[in-house]
Design a protein around this ligand. Structure first.
Ligand code: KIV
Length: 263
């Protein structure tokens, strides 16, 4: 069964939603094979795969290239493409054109947009034109320069009220679900209870309707520390490094290839 935005929305109150990022056909097919209903081609691509320091340098060409690859590896999961920094902020028209490119050129099923009430008009325009939208509030990495770092958001009652208003505005604008990143668990639960669409938390506690994590964090691939909200399900970096070093040793010692690998 191919997942649609409407089917994801209908999971609210029925079952928790597990979402993971993917960046190419291989990682997409792994997520799809594990039967997760949603895969996010996150602009975290910039740090996890492309070697940038932040998500800010990631552009449309890179996101289209990697989203198309994920779509080729996925048959069932809903493929959500992250709209990169400055692909939608300048105008509604620019957001519409670029979101449309993800569906037309990269076979995405939906797009994700960072920001609260400020993005309501764009979300309405996208949904009215047939483009499902996943909202994203709380810690929004494209605003990292303005936020002053990767910090928990919504800690004061004023900030918490603002985030609640943002969440309501995004639901009203027609988003099918909302990512809540790095907010206190209590606020994550309050917002989840107030909305009729699923909340997908990342560092937003167990009260959310679903969870999303970064593929390479979940599997311990980078060898670097991961944020507190990640629970690693594997530690692949040392295993991969060991395998690569074993290969190097065997080539250097002449024990690979052996007769078994020869024609
Ligand atoms: O880019 C990304 O991977 C994200 C998720 C962490 C929500 O935005």
């Amino acid at each position: 069964m191919k997942w649609t935005a409407a089917k994801i929305r209908a999971l609210k109150g029925e079952r928790k939603v597990a979402m993971l990022t993917a960046y190419d056909a291989l990682t997409g097919s792994l997520v799809d094979g594990a039967e997760l209903p949603m895969v996010l081609v996150g602009d975290s691509l910039g740090m996890t795969v492309l070697g940038y320091e932040t998500t800010l340098p990631v552009g449309m060409d890179e996101m289209l290239h990697h989203t198309a690859a994920v779509s080729r590896g996925v048959t069932q999961a809903l493929v959500v493409a992250d709209m990169p920094f400055m692909s939608y902020q300048p105008s509604i028209e620019m957001g519409l054109v670029n979101a449309g490119r993800f569906l037309k050129e990269a076979a995405a099923d939906a797009v994700k947009i960072e920001g609260g009430a400020l993005r309501a008009e764009l979300i309405e325009a996208l949904v009215a034109n047939g483009i499902p939208v996943l909202g994203h509030i709380g810690l929004t990495p494209q605003s990292i320069k303005e936020m002053g770092g990767y910090k928990v958001q919504g800690k004061t009652s004023e900030q918490a009220r603002q985030l609640m208003d943002d969440a309501m505005a995004i639901e009203q604008a027609g988003a099918f679900a909302l990512v809540l990143e790095c907010v206190p668990a209590e606020l994550g639960e309050l917002i989840s209870k107030a909305l009729t669409i699923p909340t997908i938390g990342i560092g937003a506690g167990a009260g959310c309707d679903g969870q999303v994590l970064v593929f390479t964090d979940l599997l311990g691939m980078s060898g670097k520390p991961v944020p507190k909200f990640v629970k690693k399900q594997a530690d692949l970096n040392p295993i991969m490094t060991q395998a690569l070093a074993a290969y190097r040793n065997e080539v250097e010692s002449g024990s690979f290839p052996s007769a078994e690998q020869e024609y």
